[in-house]
Design a protein around this ligand. Structure first.
Ligand SMILES: NC(=O)c1ccc[n+]([C@@H]2O[C@H](COP(=O)([O-])OP(=O)(O)OC[C@H]3O[C@@H](n4cnc5c(N)ncnc54)[C@H](O)[C@@H]3O)[C@@H](O)[C@H]2O)c1
Length: 405
């Protein structure tokens, strides 16, 4: 497909989507890459790449390609993923996020508001085939909404097509095998809508249907006592949070990685409350995110050695998703971030989607075991600059510089 970036933008504008995409700045993606230790020049180029990742094989970075095109054949032969030229003619056309021929399973999508959806859409825009895992109690409403076209506006890709979902699998990531499902769940009518939804069964179904996958995304969490302070959290509530939000990832990797292609990539979603105290994010959810981040490092080692698969987690800034709204203070967290983060803008879920597409791509082939912050830089702040208690420090924020002068 030979569409240019400007034609992508025109298509998006024609579809009334330009405003949405223009909110994704190259600067923010660049900052995320710089925070990973990528040089500023490369990060700035890569940010342009992410910004333009809508259609595979079309992005042209005028500067010299970081990965030489003539290494691509050798790289493919040796089993290493290497970025290829966008037009196959050699060096000057730049790098692209091209996931054509790759297949992704994204666990934790039940509407078009959350990170899982945005990641699925970005991966689809880069050419990947998309399989979803949807929580059983939410399955009916999700499939009905999909069928009735309720999500069609947010399925729209900048080239004008709607992103396709090859198959939706019912999933409850709290249960590994049918033997683990208690009787009250077995007899619950919300679970009677489907069969074969434990992690092991879903993995077997995906393997039977498609043979292999390349990308595994864990975008799910659940903490029944999330609104309670940790001190008031019951043992049951705490363990439920860990089971749904952390062990579920171990389980997914356990059952999916044996049929993931070498060079594959796995990504989960975490939150700053794992490492800094965020009052209100209770019920053991902060503990669950700390476990998820620690597990990311250990699993990166284990599945890296065993299956040549990379494991990373994205620490995302606040987003008004269904799950976040249930916690009850998401608007405050968004306002806080806008007031205090280095980049004063609301996080767009697409920014997380593009970062995931980068992590899933051959461009990130040496990145594993990391926490990638996609949060407008909020994690770097040690103080809240909007606090009246530190008005002098806040006043020392540099004024805008007129570079054109
Ligand atoms: N929204 C935020 O501000 C924010 C910030 C940082 C990280 N995150 C993380 O992003 C991830 C996605 O959350 P989101 O905010 O996009 O909300 P979301 O509501 O879109 O996603 C959560 C999903 O988890 C699913 N789910 C819950 N229990 C499940 C189970 N047992 N089995 C299978 N699926 C189950 C829900 O059906 C839902 O689809 C979560 O890990 C969340 O902690 C969210």
């Amino acid at each position: 497909m030979a569409a240019t970036l400007s034609s992508c933008k025109q298509a998006a504008a024609a579809a009334g989507m330009a405003a949405m995409h223009s909110s994704v700045s190259a600067t923010s993606s660049s900052a995320a890459l710089v925070s990973m230790g990528v040089s500023r020049r490369y990060a700035s180029n890569s940010a342009m790449l992410l910004r333009s990742a809508f259609i595979p094989g079309t992005v042209s970075l005028r500067s010299r390609a970081v990965v030489s095109n003539n290494r691509s054949d050798a790289g493919k032969r040796s089993g290493h993923a290497v970025a290829s030229s966008s037009n196959g003619t050699g060096g000057s056309s730049g790098l692209s996020i091209d996931l054509r021929g790759k297949r992704a399973f994204i666990a934790g999508v039940a509407d078009d508001q959350g990170f899982g959806w945005a990641i699925a859409k970005a991966l689809a825009a880069a050419g990947a085939e998309i399989l979803l895992g949807t929580w059983v109690p939410a399955l009916n409403i999700f499939e009905t909404s999909l069928r009735k076209g309720k999500f069609d506006e947010s399925r729209l890709l900048p080239n004008g097509s709607l992103f396709e979902i090859a198959k939706v699998y019912p999933l409850d990531a709290v249960y590994d095998t049918p033997d683990d499902v208690p009787d009250d769940v077995k007899s619950n009518k919300r679970y009677a809508v489907a069969t074969g939804w434990t992690v092991k069964e879903v993995a077997e179904s995906v393997k039977n249907d498609y043979g292999s996958i390349d990308i595994l995304v864990h975008s799910l969490a659940n903490g029944p006592e999330v609104t309670k302070p940790l001190l008031d959290t019951s043992r049951k509530g705490y363990l439920a949070a860990i089971s749904a939000s952390s062990y579920s990832y171990v389980s997914l990797l356990k059952y999916f990685s044996p049929f993931m292609n070498p060079g594959g990539s796995s990504i989960s979603l975490t939150y700053l409350a794992s490492e800094k105290t965020i009052p209100g994010y209770g019920g053991g959810m902060s503990s669950a995110k700390a476990a998820l981040e620690s597990d990311t490092r250990v699993l990166a080692f284990e599945v890296g050695r065993k299956y040549k698969i990379r494991v990373n987690t994205i620490s995302a800034g606040p987003l008004r998703s269904r799950a976040a709204k249930a916690i009850g203070f998401i608007d405050d967290m968004i306002n806080y971030s806008t007031a205090n983060a280095p980049l004063q803008k609301e996080l767009d879920s697409d920014e997380v989607g593009y970062s995931a597409a980068f992590l899933a791509s051959p461009l990130a082939s040496a990145i594993t075991g990391t926490v990638l912050y996609v949060d407008n830089g909020l994690h770097t702040m040690g103080v809240a600059v909007d606090s009246p208690a530190i008005s002098k420090a806040a006043a020392s924020t540099p004024a805008k510089v007129n570079v054109a002068a």
